[in-house]
Design a protein around this ligand. Structure first.
Ligand code: NDP
Length: 281
């Protein structure tokens, strides 16, 4: 009996992860046989868990909280440009005997914005938050051709330092980049992305009113069975459309799948099924 190609998502905690269901659905869609499991790594044992997985013939790993920065360090010799700029890795694989890493969160967001009919090209984008998730989406948003990208954060120093690093590393994009405190978010934005973790605890970033341009999209990276607190606030403040981050989750998984299998799966049916399951739960 031939054994299935082995894939997994590693994190701590990990039991909540929807990645196995997403990757198994992609695999069925593409006629690929694989196994995809959840791996709980001890907080001080990530590198060991990764090494054992690949030594035992594992083909690819997704990495989630809190190990994305450690994964970046492990894959230092084989980083994609996206991973290098993000400082974090969510997709690992072995190639030519060396560990490789990519960050697919940003392209996952981009794919979801396009699916929603809000391509950032020629649009003004406000990015709220300056943590790992914000960092991971900056390059794909810039590459997609937004006309302005402003990073605002509760701790203004964190926004400034992320902005300074991006300007130094991507000088060709400097004219489109700016930063500030949440209170300095003012302007009319076509797309407002909430990359804070506030919605996990029902909190909204303290943003000024009047941020949304005509036909603007408010996008929260957090997702759930109901609209998040940020989405509720955005709707009340005039955003034409609000979306949560479930599509980003499926989008980033699709790009990981493509890296490993060479096929970009169709996200729509998988997203629809997850949405229905979330609602039912
Ligand atoms: P980090 O811990 O690195 O950063 C958290 C960010 O949230 C910081 O900017 C922090 O501001 C801000 N923040 C937290 N609480 C508040 C609040 N009450 N008001 C204003 N700002 C607040 O987290 P990540 O960047 O890794 O993740 C952010 C969110 O994105 C998480 O909820 C995560 O689940 C989600 N995510 C979703 C993905 C998807 O596929 N849908 C993929 C990746 C992430 P400060 O610096 O001032 O503390």
């Amino acid at each position: 009996m031939t054994s299935l190609s082995r894939y997994a998502v590693v994190g701590n905690p990990i039991e909540h992860s929807r990645s196995p269901a997403i990757h198994e659905a992609f695999a069925r869609q593409c006629g690929i046989a694989l196994s995809y499991e959840r791996l709980l790594a001890p907080l001080d044992g990530f590198a060991d868990t990764v090494r054992k997985f690949f030594d035992a013939g594992g083909r690819g790993l997704n990495v989630t909280v809190p190990f994305k920065e450690e994964a970046f360090q492990l894959a230092r010799q084989g980083l994609s440009r996206r991973a290098d700029l993000a400082g974090a890795v969510n997709t690992l694989w072995m190639q030519d005997g060396r560990l490789h890493g990519c960050n697919t969160d940003g392209v996952g967001l981009l794919a979801d914005l396009r699916r929603l009919g809000h391509d950032p090209a020629q649009r003004r984008v406000l990015l709220v938050g300056a943590g790992g998730a914000a960092r991971g989406v900056l390059l794909p948003l810039l590459d997609a051709g937004c006309t302005q990208l402003r990073i605002v954060n509760r701790s203004v120093e964190r926004a400034r330092s992320l902005h300074a690093e991006m300007v130094a590393r991507l000088p060709e994009h400097a004219a489109r980049l700016s930063c500030g405190a949440l209170s300095e978010a003012g302007g009319k934005w076509d797309i407002v992305v909430n990359a804070t973790s506030g919605s996990l605890s029902g909190q909204v970033p303290q943003l000024p009113e009047g941020l949304y341009a005509d036909r603007a999209l408010a996008y929260d990276m957090v997702y759930g069975a109901r609209p998040t607190a940020f989405m509720e606030q955005a709707r009340a403040r005039g955003a034409a459309r609000c979306a949560d981050g479930l599509g980003m989750l499926v989008g980033q998984a699709a790009v990981s799948f493509e890296i490993w299998h060479g096929i970009l799966p169709d996200t729509e049916p998988v997203l629809n099924r997850l949405r229905a399951e979330l609602g039912a739960g």
